[in-house]
Design a protein around this ligand. Structure first.
Ligand SMILES: [Zn+2]
Length: 246
């Protein structure tokens, strides 16, 4: 699996270079995303030249939970159900999520038919293991065996370098209890979390082959000239993950 970076009109994006009925792209910091300032319909419209199509769009209200939406009348705009995952397995609708530091997770396969799972896994979502919830959802449809042959991409997110949390915060404690020890380091008053590594281990634990997972290195906050970073001060700007089955 190869993820390539392209640019149109000063708007960079990552996409999967395979020619496949499963199509996705992550639009990072750039002219179109900055101009549309997190407005979903404008963001979708602004990327039409490289991601044509449109039609029904799933764009959940993201709440750092573990709910997964699928292609269903109740999921489409203008409805915005609270959820942090989108599952697609047929033509006729698109899924999207938005990010500024949280971990974008994309899992897909052509077996037994083309499907793709998009997840928004921030600190809380990773603590709650939305990866396991999402892959359980896929397993209930197709069986766990189909996960062995799936591919996964862990996109740009905040690194442990910039993601420390106060030990006094009960949510930090929950993270320390839930996540593997090799994914955090604790100092006197804070803990630094490597969320991408935690997501990687969760994917493997749920049945995705290590060799089929690509983990984006780098940090959205250290490299905020290339990405949007909430901790880095971006209030409105978001990276836009868009997918569909063709
Ligand atoms: Zn950093």
């Amino acid at each position: 699996m190869m993820i390539r970076k392209d640019t149109f009109l000063d708007q960079p994006y990552y996409s999967c270079s395979e020619s496949s009925p499963v199509r996705f792209a992550l639009f990072i910091r750039g002219d179109a995303m900055t101009r549309t300032a997190g407005d979903i319909l404008k963001m979708r419209d602004a990327v039409s030249c490289v991601f044509p199509g449109g039609g029904k769009l799933i764009a959940p209200s993201q709440v750092h939970g573990t709910t997964i939406l699928e292609q269903d009348a109740s999921s489409y705009l203008p409805s915005r159900p609270q959820a942090d995952g989108v599952f697609l397995n047929g033509c006729g609708a698109e899924g999207s999520l938005r990010f500024a530091d949280c971990v974008p997770v994309v899992v897909w396969s052509l077996a037994p038919n083309p499907w793709i799972l998009l997840l928004h896994s921030g600190f809380r979502g990773t603590t709650k293991n939305i990866v396991a919830t999402g892959l359980d959802f896929v397993s209930r449809k197709y069986g766990r065996r189909c996960l062995r042959s799936s591919s996964a991409w862990i996109g740009p997110h905040i690194g442990a370098c910039c993601y420390s949390r106060n030990l006094d915060d009960p949510a930090t404690r929950a993270g320390l209890d839930a996540l593997p020890q090799e994914t955090f380091s604790v100092s006197a008053s804070s803990a630094a979390f490597a969320l991408g590594k935690a997501v990687f281990l969760q994917l493997v634990h749920s049945g995705v082959s290590e060799s089929n997972i690509l983990l984006h290195s780098g940090c959205t906050c250290c490299e905020k000239e290339a990405y949007y970073s909430y901790r880095g001060g971006d209030i409105q700007g978001r990276m836009f993950l868009l997918a569909r089955i063709e």
